[in-house]
Design a protein around this ligand. Structure first.
Ligand SMILES: Nc1ncnc2c1ncn2[C@@H]1O[C@H](COP(=O)(O)OP(=O)(O)OP(=O)(O)O)[C@@H](O)[C@H]1O
Ligand SMILES: [Mg+2]
Length: 214
């Protein structure tokens, strides 16, 4: 049986990866394709641990009180969750011929953990290495938005997560703009995600459809 296609949506917080992933899955289903949307952190055990950390519900004891796990611990947890997610959900479904749309993948690790690391270029290389066994997507679409637009969209939602400080988000915008620099020889395209929701959805569907016709 022909394997399903593996698509990843990426971008800064507020770029629209969650809403566009869901919309893309339903558009593909309306076209008669089997499509499944999933997200990182996953619903598995390591994913739920990560979500607790991101929502500041779990902190690590330290001599002077408590702290958040450091960037390298986070990178390893995300890499472990990714392999578990692949094994339990993504790969079996791809083998059944189902298209997978994943809201964030190792590009997020490269971006988020390297901007929180001490020396970010070296960190990106190491993050790439620890994700070496993670299956490569058939296509990654980066939703490009400026810092200001993303900030405005984040304000429409509730709760502030660990990585949502303004200074960090500004750095993330810069990393996402040139994410290919860290992930050479990968199938990555950028879409202008400052356009209306429907315009972005249409661009995304066009990009993805090209792979079905290959
Ligand atoms: N093209 C768009 N135009 C206007 N609003 C949008 C657009 N895309 C998404 N939004 C809105 O912006 C907000 C953030 O979108 P969404 O939650 O999908 O972003 P996200 O990238 O998944 O963020 P995070 O990574 O933090 O989960 C939502 O309220 C969503 O409806
Ligand atoms: Mg989201």
């Amino acid at each position: 049986m022909k394997q399903g296609l593996f698509f990843v949506l990426e971008g800064v917080d507020g770029a629209g990866t969650t809403s566009q992933s869901r919309h893309l899955a339903s558009s593909l289903q309306k076209l008669g394709k089997r499509a499944h949307v999933t997200a990182e952190p996953s619903q598995g055990p390591i994913g739920s641990l990560l979500r607790q950390i991101l929502q500041r519900r779990l902190v690590v004891p330290a001599r002077d009180g408590s702290r958040f796990p450091s960037w390298n611990t986070m990178a390893l947890l995300f890499a472990a969750d990714r392999l578990d997610h692949l094994e339990s959900e993504i790969v079996p479904m791809l083998q059944e011929g189902i298209t997978i749309i994943c809201d964030r993948y190792y590009h997020s690790s490269v971006a988020y953990q390297s901007v929180t690391a001490v020396v970010s270029d070296q960190a990106a290389q190491w993050i790439d290495q620890i994700n070496r066994y993670a299956r490569r997507p058939d296509l990654t679409v980066v939703l490009d938005v400026s810092f200001a637009v993303a900030q405005q969209r984040r304000r429409m939602r509730h709760g502030r997560e660990l990585y949502e400080s303004d200074s960090l988000q500004q750095k993330l915008c810069d990393v996402y703009k040139n994410i290919e620099k860290y992930l050479a020889s990968e199938a990555i395209v950028h879409i202008d995600a400052e356009a209306s929701f429907n315009r972005v959805a249409q661009d995304l569907l066009e990009r993805v459809s090209e792979l079905y016709n290959r």
